[in-house]
Design a protein around this ligand. Structure first.
Ligand code: SAM
Length: 406
């Protein structure tokens, strides 16, 4: 079975109901099925705190996720995906929306564009599942701009012979060129042109459900197709995801906090497009801990499980070899005096010694962490999270390989 067929990505009940509806519409050309769908199946939609609706995923790797944060589905789009962008509205704008789902991120982008620009907007949205797009069409629009998205979804689903009726009244403005790709994002990105996008929204399920969309190899394509001042926005603060951006030659910074404890991540080829550095401890964990071992998918065709298993094996290999064990958060105690907690000190130092770091307050520990001494909150070409991370990583390996005498 292909990856795409396996990806019954939304809750199975609603998936089946949407497919039945589409079949009935194709067979009868009767618009009442579509018009009644939301009210008859409201229980499958999740009302979030800002009154916009979300849906649930199917069970993947024993987990069910909601497509959006319960704090507010459409608010998350504005807060996490639109706010960090520094779009130059004096020029035409091109946006890639990866994992378009119900189309909220694209709709928020349209609303923001219409408020600020009279130039042209191009949006390419990638969503693997037609039934998820159809849910976007049936869900009450949380903002007016979502009607433009609905019309685009309807056009695409008719094009694909999934639906047949032209029921959406909204006209797509002439300065908006909105395309939908219903495919695996890994396949679509390979055909997108170099240096095309001012912004990329990266909104998959979590890394345990969709590691294939957080791999270094996938991010290398994002690096290829983004403009030099472009920004990738994603909600996750995960160390392997952030490290994958580094490996794919991006700069990374802290994204806005919304509906979660930690800020998301923004990435750009240009550090000056990113306001905030990552928090210090995050930089240290990415540089030094085995937790930052990235997901790999060299030919962009591994299954999620293959990617997860390969990463677990790789993580084990690098532990005590090129990275410090993440057990008891050892790396973040470098340079800290743990006198007060002898037990923790013993456990941390057991891990450090394997990397030839004699203690938390040894010369080696201070040498490795020295790049953090020039830490500043804002980023520029010479002072930024990426440079500090790479330098700490290099120093750790020099210490491990005894290439430096301190
Ligand atoms: C968290 S939801 C995205 C929500 C969406 N951004 C919105 O505004 O409604 C994740 C989406 O990724 C889609 N998806 C999963 N795997 C995919 C893949 N390989 N390529 C493209 N889309 C995928 C799912 O169908 C799901 O709609």
């Amino acid at each position: 079975m292909s990856y795409k067929e396996e990806s019954r990505v939304i809750n199975e009940n609603i998936f089946d109901l949407v497919n039945q509806l589409a079949k009935k519409e194709r067979e009868t050309q009767d618009k009442t099925y579509r018009n009644n769908f939301f009210n008859e199946n409201k229980d499958y939609f999740v009302l979030t705190e800002d009154n916009s609706y979300s849906i649930k995923s199917k069970e993947i790797n024993n987990k069910i996720e909601t497509l959006h944060t319960k704090t507010g589905a459409i608010s998350e789009s504005f807060e996490k995906f639109i706010k960090p962008l520094k779009l130059d509205y004096s020029n035409d704008i091109a946006i890639l929306d990866i994992c378009g789902g119900l189309g909220y991120n694209s709709s928020a982008a349209i609303a923001n564009f219409q408020e600020n620009s009279n130039k042209n907007l191009k949006i390419d949205l990638i969503e693997i599942s037609k039934s998820t797009l159809a849910c976007g069409l049936f869900t009450p629009s949380p903002i007016e701009a979502h009607n433009i998205t609905k019309k685009t979804i309807e056009n695409e689903l008719i094009n694909q012979n999934y639906l047949t009726l032209n029921l959406e009244p909204t006209k797509i403005p002439e300065n908006i060129d909105f395309n939908i790709f219903t495919d695996d994002a890994r396949k679509t990105v390979q055909n997108l042109k170099d240096t095309t996008y001012d912004a990329i929204f990266l909104d998959p399920f979590s890394q345990n459900m969709s590691p294939e969309l957080f791999s270094t190899d996938f991010f290398k394509h994002l690096r290829r197709i983004i403009k030099d001042n472009g920004i990738v926005a994603t909600y996750t603060s995960s160390a392997p995801v952030r490290n994958a951006f580094i490996e794919a030659n991006f700069h990374i910074g802290q994204g806005p906090i919304f509906g979660r404890k930690q800020g998301g991540t923004i990435a750009s080829p240009n550090p000056e497009m990113l306001n905030l550095s990552l928090p210090k401890n995050d930089e240290i964990r990415i540089a030094l801990s085995d937790v930052s071992t990235t997901f790999k998918d060299p030919n962009l065709n591994f299954s999620s499980n293959e990617i997860l298993i390969n990463r677990a094996n790789e993580r084990e290999k690098v532990r005590h070899n090129t990275k410090i064990s993440s057990a008891v958060k050892s790396p973040i105690f470098l340079t800290k005096d743990l006198k007060e907690d002898e037990k923790l000190k013993r456990r941390v130092e057991r891990n450090l010694i394997k990397m030839n770091i004699p203690s938390t307050t040894s010369k080696e520990a201070f040498y490795i962490l020295e790049p953090e001494n020039t830490y500043q909150n804002t980023q520029n070409r010479t002072n930024n999270s990426r440079l500090r991370i790479l330098e700490m990583e290099k120093r750790l390996n020099k210490v491990k390989n005894k290439e430096i005498i301190l």
